[in-house]
Write a protein that binds this ligand. Structure first.
Ligand SMILES: [Zn+2]
Length: 183
């Protein structure tokens, strides 16, 4: 009976991962114990099409810190990374971390503006697990962002976005005023 419950729960997870668009080979990693053909069949049933055959993203989430990484991508990575980090403090399976964090990410961003797809998100879960990705607290805005970007410019994507939108000056002055009030 226990095994059957476990089996049903895993099948539901596979369906949820198919809905998010995770490729069958990654689904097999996330939810072990199912045959490749079975997962491919479920993927086609849920998505109504085969999964794409393009290159798989690198497992160490290098897309977050290569020469093509933009501040916007890094900002999205930080939002998603923060959701994952909170969940990782609980004893949850990686599949659950991915499903819950990715759904939260989609809820937080503007509709249709997901810079990070579920496959890249899965590589982030793996990179966190292997300590290849971490969150750094910005000394200016005190928000946390993914470390990858620091290797390139030492700048926080949240501060950069504020600066770009000419809000930075105002935000900085407001923070200073707050600091003076509380001292
Ligand atoms: Zn900052």
């Amino acid at each position: 009976m226990h095994d059957l419950t476990q089996y049903s729960r895993r099948r539901v997870q596979i369906i949820e991962l198919c809905e998010l668009g995770l490729r069958p080979s990654f689904i097999q990693e996330a939810v072990p114990g199912f045959r490749t053909e079975e997962i491919i069949r479920m993927y086609q049933a849920v998505q109504g099409k085969r999964s794409s055959k393009g290159n798989m993203p690198a497992k160490d989430a290098k897309f977050l810190y290569n020469e093509h990484t933009t501040h916007q991508l890094c900002l999205h990575g930080s939002i998603l990374g923060r959701c994952m980090d909170i969940l990782r403090r609980h004893p949850l399976a990686d599949a659950v971390v991915l499903i819950t964090a990715y759904r939260e990410y989609l809820r937080l961003i503007h509709p249709g503006e997901a810079f990070i797809d579920a496959n890249r998100a899965w590589t982030m879960v793996q990179a966190f697990r292997n300590n290849k990705l971490e969150l750094i607290r910005c000394s200016t805005c005190h928000a946390e962002y993914v470390d990858g970007y620091r290797m390139r410019s030492n700048s926080c994507p949240i501060c950069f976005t504020l600066r770009k939108r000419e809000l930075y000056q105002d935000a900085h002055l407001a923070l200073q005023a707050l600091a003076e009030c509380s001292s």
